[in-house]
Design a protein. Structure first.
Lengths: 148, 90
């Protein structure tokens, strides 16, 4: 599968979040609005970080929030939240975070094409700052190379 | 050769690490199978692995292993991956 579509409901620009939990919750809420996950999926994503630490901050400024496939996932989906004020996840190298991606995956084996597409976008080291600076959903989609 | 990428869920971040490790290995002309897995299955999946790629958070949980454990800071920085894989495999 290529990257899932990014409808308006899955994009939040210049959001306010008091801490990383609030930022991940925004990404989860966006997945719920777009129909990719139930609202409880946000808790699952937070629980992964509480359990394993801030490893989801996989590049400077970028968190890839996700949990396992499960009953909270309704469809493959992606959400993007950019933060007006960056938040710290407690990562040794990649804090602070100003772009949070929410990822929901139905079946573990089939997500690698989507993840490869994500790598294509972000292997360009400017993509994160471009996303952080985007002011419209259309700009976000253009950087991600996906349709609505 | 077998390389295992580890994260909490076995999807997402370990998948990105797998995809980018395969890209780097192709450039380095190194033949290897790269498997993405979650931390719970580490003992089973990594038993015959030469290299484990992961984040600093999982090093303690990986525990004793014969594999080289490589900590990756920026999952999208193929230059960092290239340097670290070359150092481990070269």
């Amino acid at each position: 599968m290529p990257l899932p579509p990014l409808p308006e409901s899955a994009i939040v620009i210049a959001a306010q979040a008091v801490d990383w939990r609030a930022a991940v919750t925004l990404a989860g809420d966006a997945l719920a609005r777009s129909g990719a996950a139930r609202p409880e999926y946000a808790h699952e994503m937070i629980r992964m970080i509480e359990e394993h630490g801030p490893y989801v901050v996989i590049a400077p400024g970028l968190a890839l929030a996700h949990a396992r496939p499960g009953p909270e996932v309704l469809a493959d989906g992606l959400s993007i939240v950019t933060l007006a004020t960056p938040v710290s996840f407690g990562h040794p190298h990649n804090d602070p975070v100003n772009v949070v991606l929410g990822l929901a995956v139905v079946a573990p084996g089939e997500h690698l094409a989507a993840v490869a597409a994500l790598a294509n976008v972000f292997n360009d080291s400017h993509a994160i700052e471009e996303l952080a600076a985007a002011t419209t959903p259309a700009q976000v989609r253009e950087i991600m190379g996906v349709a609505a | 050769m077998k390389i295992v990428t580890i994260c909490g869920a076995g999807i997402g971040s370990s998948g990105i690490l797998k995809v980018n490790a395969e890209r780097v290995l192709r450039k380095l002309d190194i033949q290897a199978t790269v498997v993405a897995a979650d931390i719970e299955s580490i003992q089973e999946v990594a038993a015959d692995a030469q290299v484990i790629l992961t984040s600093a958070e999982f090093v303690d949980a990986i525990g004793a292993t014969f594999a080289d454990v490589i900590v990756v800071d920026n999952y999208f920085d193929t230059a960092e991956l290239t340097t670290k894989l070359e150092a481990a495999l070269g």
